[in-house]
Design a protein around this ligand. Structure first.
Ligand code: IVH
Length: 687
């Protein structure tokens, strides 16, 4: 390839990749499988390797992380980054509204914009001519730290604004009037880690013996304030933009209009922002959001209320360090005080001993909390937690509650220190220290580890054997009917029927389910093995790349790390897992029992539903809902929950609801399950 062709190729690839990044990270709606994206990315990396002088700082390959810094430089904010004053009750929020009306001498309702107040880290992004050139933390409001390299690794931050990007991307930004890009654009937003990702990150840290982060906010802040941007790159950071600093050449009229312009340029704006006419609508919004709080995938601690008109904002001005035109209406605290009655020890799937505080029950943010994780011995020592202590407990989303601090002033002297045992409380085997973790050494001979391993194997996202509930696993392990996960497939009627609580019908139901589970996807099988660091997402990536479990089992470290998203530690963990004699034996047994360890041929390359949107409604009888969803997705389609003009097919089961009527109204193709099966061309039930 000559240089001219290379440049053309590079530009084309960047355009494609920018487009798919935008679909995946900003819109949450990818149109190609991950494997295809990886191919494009690798091609770009390769071409840039041959022609390194064609690399530009805005190339998608430049997100990966650069050489570690010695210290951060500083960046001054052209316009100070202010903070907000708080309101804690409806009354205080109404007073805020009245103050504004008095100040402006307005009688009628004020128009506000209400938006979620995300608990993350405030940052500023600077785009010059549409190119991301600098990013900084809020710092003291006037001067922040230069974290440009780190912010570049956040995939939902565009390196280049959409108007600069060509072709497809531009056409995609539906409904947004894309304004010409200002010469200089300063954008403010909140960088955060979604709660699920935060949980995963902490689990990983505990496994590695690193101290866990206290909450998603600390995790986000700790990740952005890293001198080594490669560490930041490995953290699941996301962003929502909520404001601007200097914007040269454009004068906006309202906050709402500003947010839409940002969206039009490809920046991520929270879809839950809402115009509220008058303060009563703001209060209703606050109530709705607080009710939904547990379903929202990120941590939020209130709503921010802003006067919409920028003219009015100007007239209202600033009061010392916070504007008069905005307020944070906080949610109820998620921290409360209670007492530790006892500390129990749990044993997990990997043998990790976890100390759990049994609490005097307490209602935290509307939910009764009776236990809290204490993570590990080091955490107990660091916080000096003792049995009998009064402590502050904290709850975030559906994360396991945890102890934040001890109230030392309330100590009586009768509190008892705690140490993790030297023998496993379940199997009495030796416990060793592995970093910060105390681990039982018995492996699958430890009933707790075996039980947890089986529970994971049969779980909904794993091999999905519903009939094998916790009680049965307990029973089978205790009666030595199951000694490893592969034994599930050699269960015989006569072995089960002699146990308590089993009858002819329940046994045959279970055996049927077990039989059906032999044909699950390769991704599910890989996930269900419980390899450390291999969650659902990584399992899917592996299943996309390898045709069979055998191939994966024999893959080298180099082969694994070549895959986008598989880092050295994950590769190491996969290799270690498959090196273990016992694990190879189990896989052998699974294969001999007839469990499918190769991928169905059509799943990999057949993308017949590419770009098609499906909605499932009513009770499905042939397919399980999640199986139908998985099938559609594996063929390149997408399943959404609401019917719109963009919906291509409705799959209607028994008693379809209003979605069915809406689909009829919009003349969308409605299929019953049989017709759906035909569409899939499934001759027999393979799921
Ligand atoms: S507006 C003058 N909007 O809350 C307005 N802030 O004390 C300044 N925050 O440090 C901020 N979500 O990091 C605004 N939708 C939102 C926000 C938000 C979170 C944070 C921000 C700031 C703090 C305000």
């Amino acid at each position: 390839m000559n240089e001219k062709d290379a440049l053309k190729e590079i530009e084309k690839l960047r355009e494609e990749i920018n487009y798919h990044n935008y679909r995946y990270y900003t819109l949450d709606s990818p149109v190609i499988p991950d494997a295809e994206y990886d191919m494009l990315f690798k091609k770009l990396v390769k071409t840039e390797e041959i022609f390194p002088h064609l690399i530009t700082p805005d190339s998608p390959t430049q997100r990966i992380g650069a050489i570690p810094l010695k210290e951060f430089r500083t960046i001054s904010h052209t316009i100070p980054m202010l903070s907000l004053s708080n309101a804690n009750t409806d009354e205080e929020t109404k007073e805020f509204d009245e103050r504004i009306k008095r100040f402006l001498e307005i009688k009628g309702e004020i128009e506000y914009v209400a938006e979620p107040k995300i608990d993350g880290l405030a940052i500023e992004l600077v785009y010059v001519d549409g190119i991301f050139t600098a990013g900084s933390t809020r710092g003291d409001g006037y001067i922040g730290e230069d974290v440009t390299l780190n912010l570049k690794t956040v995939k939902s931050i565009p390196l280049i604004l959409l108007d600069k990007a060509k072709g497809k991307v531009k056409a995609e930004v539906e409904g947004e009037k894309t304004l010409p890009i200002p010469v200089r654009l300063e954008v403010r937003g909140e960088v955060f880690i979604p709660i699920k990702e935060f949980e995963k990150l902490n689990k990983l840290r505990e496994e590695r013996g690193e101290p866990p982060f206290a909450n998603p906010r600390n995790a986000a802040a700790g990740s952005i304030r890293q001198l080594d941007s490669k560490i930041t790159a490995a953290r699941p950071l996301d962003i929502y933009c909520y404001g601007i600093g200097v914007v040269e050449g454009i004068k906006f009229k309202s906050h709402w209009e500003t947010m839409h312009a940002l969206k039009g340029w490809g920046l991520k704006v929270n879809p839950s922002i809402k115009i509220c006419k008058g303060i009563d609508e703001v209060i209703q919004y606050h109530r709705d959001m607080e009710e939904k709080r547990d379903e929202i995938p990120y941590e939020l601690d209130g709503v921010v209320v802003k006067v919409n008109s920028l003219d009015l904002q100007d007239r209202l001005g600033i009061l010392t360090r916070s504007p008069r035109w905005a307020i944070a209406y906080k949610f109820k605290a998620r921290q409360e005080m209670t007492m530790i009655k006892e500390i129990k020890v749990g044993v997990g799937r990997t043998g990790a001993l976890t100390p759990v505080a049994i609490l005097e029950p307490i209602v935290v943010g509307g939910v009764t909390v009776e236990r809290a994780t204490l993570h590990n011995q080091d955490e107990i020592a660091r916080k000096d937690i003792r049995i009998g202590d009064y402590v502050i407990v904290q709850r975030a989303g559906d994360v396991i509650p945890e102890v934040v601090t001890v109230i030392k002033e309330k100590r009586t002297g009768r509190e008892k220190p705690f140490r993790l045992p030297e023998k496993c409380p379940l199997c009495n085997s030796a416990v060793i220290r592995d970093g910060a973790i105390h681990r039982c050494t018995a492996g699958l001979l430890c009933p707790a580890q075996l039980k947890e391993g089986i529970r994971h194997f049969v779980s909904k996202r794993g091999m999905n054997i519903e009939g094998l509930g916790d009680r049965h696993i307990e029973q089978f392990v205790e009666n030595a009917v199951i000694k490893d996960v592969a034994d599930i497939y050699s269960l015989k009627k006569e072995d089960i029927i002699k146990l308590e609580r089993w009858g002819d019908k329940s046994v045959s139901n279970l055996l049927n389910q077990i039989e059906n589970s032999k044909n699950r996807t390769l991704a599910r099988l890989i996930y269900s093995l419980g390899i450390r660091q291999v969650g659902e997402h990584i399992a899917k990536i592996l299943a996309d790349d390898f045709d069979s479990l055998d191939e994966l089992m024999n893959a080298s470290y180099e082969r694994l790390t070549e895959i986008h998203e598989i880092g050295p530690e994950t590769a190491e963990s996969i290799i270690t897992f498959f090196k273990e004699r016992h694990n190879r034996d189990v896989i052998d047994k699974l294969r001999k029992a007839g469990v499918k360890t190769e991928e169905r041929v059509h799943k990999k390359r057949d993308l017949r539903f590419k770009g098609k949107q499906f909605v499932l409604t009513g009770t499905l009888s042939i397919f399980k809902r999640e199986d139908a969803k998985e099938l559609i997705e594996s063929l390149g389609g997408r399943v959404t929950s609401t019917v719109s003009k963009k919906t291509d097919y409705i799959i209607a089961g028994i008693d379809p609801g209003s979605k069915y009527d809406k689909a009829k109204e919009l003349k969308i193709k409605i299929l019953n399950e049989e017709e759906f099966k035909d569409l899939l061309d499934i001759k027999q039930n393979v799921i």
